[in-house]
Design a protein around this ligand. Structure first.
Ligand code: ARG
Length: 464
């Protein structure tokens, strides 16, 4: 028989199709720990403020512990709960009745599933934020390690995916480290807003029995209490924030994935992804496909969609609780699981891929030093705009002669402009190493600038 928390004034059962649409147990059973934790704290608060007897409180506390163990067992044996009830709140109360008898009927005093469910979700988010954060920290560490070890590698930097300037590979890697570092900080900024306890808000109006909401919130590990009962049961802004955060973090992962996919194509070919993170083709024996990264790129689309779809659900809702809100957990869990898998795949993929420094270096071409050549003219007093055009003329002349800037004869340079100067000096420009070493200002691609980025992030990492 189905234990229902409501229905006293109903004459008929809900239709089976409404039940199917309404039942949330397969999803919210994931919150059984939080539900029980919240109920234990609630009973304790009812007891502390004189609304529950010692005996009943004890029966409830011990009963809830038993329910928790029982559910844990069921989940580990069967992988899901086979209870008939509509949601986890009803399951816990029915099971509690079996252990605590009549005392169980007092647990829901002055409480609503509206404040209960909002509290459960926030409790879950507080612990899950920690896990997500740990995973990003791992990713940052893995990228940082490579950046440290591969500081000597110089490869082409691209803008518009056209060869731009020589770049230290580590500088490129660090550009993602900074994005992920910001993701960690953004997540932390959400935690304060998240950490306010809705319990004691009832269905809409608050709690009619005098209780100490602050003591209750503290006992659950919250920093604060929600300041308005209607806000408490109706707002899902913390979930919107999280979903949009996950979507942005997914976007960072996706761009990294896209780069690494391109760099492992045969046309670039300086990265090889490990067997662990690649798959083959059923037809073409030579294929090694970067599926892990492609799945990350696809997942970023799902994350954006989830963030958007949840905002769509909220935007037309009248204030406080409406059943539309029930899907908050489905979307939250889905996005969270997806993001965590993506982070783990990214960690594994980046940690195990091989970077071929020689191949990376061979992708460089003399044309990528055109900017350096212009800067050399600037050092000799030529205004930059003029220098830009003069180097342009050298490029045009080199194309006519079917050579590159490095092999353009010296007299051709002098014919364009005498400031190109002595041949020996001019030839010195054509070095990848001295090219990147010019960029010594903060945030540049010189060795020291990159090393100081690495140091800064390492120091920041010590807080975690
Ligand atoms: N399962 C619901 C949810 O998670 C719990 C709140 C239901 N409240 C209600 N009055 N029907 O949103």
């Amino acid at each position: 028989d189905r234990y229902q928390l409501w229905g006293g004034c109903f004459e008929e059962e809900p239709s089976s199709v409404l039940r199917r649409l309404n039942d949330s147990l397969p999803i919210d059973s994931r919150l059984y720990r939080e539900d029980i934790q919240g109920s234990k704290a609630w009973a304790e608060e009812l007891y502390q403020s004189g609304h529950l007897s010692t005996i009943d409180n004890e029966a409830i506390q011990q009963g809830l512990d038993k329910v928790e163990r029982q559910i844990e067992e069921d989940l580990s044996n069967k992988g899901r709960l086979n209870d008939f009830e509509e949601d986890i709140h009803s399951v816990v109360e029915r099971r509690l009745r079996e252990h605590a008898g009549e005392a169980a009927l007092r647990l829901h005093t002055a409480r609503s599933r509206n404040d209960q469910s909002a509290t459960n979700t926030k409790l879950w988010m507080l612990t899950s934020f920690q896990r997500a954060q740990n995973e990003i920290i791992r990713l940052i560490s893995v990228i940082l390690n490579r950046a440290e070890q591969e500081i000597d590698i110089i490869f082409p930097g691209y803008t518009h995916l056209q060869r731009a300037q020589p770049i230290r590979w580590s500088h490129y890697l660090m550009s993602y480290v900074w994005s992920f570092r910001d993701d960690v900080i953004r997540l932390e900024e959400q935690r304060n807003r998240l950490s306010s306890c809705p319990l004691g808000s009832g269905a809409i109006a608050g709690c009619a029995l005098p209780i100490d909401r602050r003591r209750l919130a503290k006992s659950l590990g919250f920093q604060n209490v929600t300041p308005n009962s209607m806000f408490a049961v109706g707002s899902r802004d913390h979930i919107v924030e999280f979903l949009n955060w996950a979507s942005l973090c997914g976007t960072h992962l996706s761009r990294l994935a896209e780069d690494l996919i391109i760099y492992s194509s045969q046309e670039f070919g300086f990265i090889q992804h490990s067997d662990q993170y690649s798959t083959g083709s059923s037809l073409m024996p030579q294929k090694r496909n970067p599926d892990g990264l492609e799945l990350i790129r696809g997942a970023a689309g799902h994350l954006q969609g989830d963030a958007f779809s949840f905002s769509c659900i909220l935007k037309g809702l009248p204030s406080t609780y409406n059943k539309d809100l029930q899907s908050d957990k489905e979307i939250l869990f889905r996005s969270y699981d997806r993001l965590l898998d993506c982070l783990k795949v990214a960690v594994g993929n980046v940690a195990t891929m091989k970077v071929d420094a020689d191949k990376a270096g061979k992708l460089l071409s003399a044309g990528m030093l055109a900017t350096d050549l212009a800067h050399e003219l600037v050092r000799r007093g030529v205004p930059f705009r003029r220098a830009h055009h003069l180097v342009g003329a050298a490029l045009r002349r080199a194309a006519e002669l079917h050579c590159d800037l490095q092999h353009l004869p010296h007299h051709e340079y002098l014919a364009i402009c005498p400031e190109f100067g002595a041949e020996e000096e001019l030839r010195k420009i054509f070095s990848w190493e001295s090219s990147v070493e010019q960029y010594t200002s903060e945030g540049g691609t010189s060795r020291n600038s990159v090393l100081s980025q690495i140091r800064e992030v390492k120091q920041w990492l010590q807080n975690y």
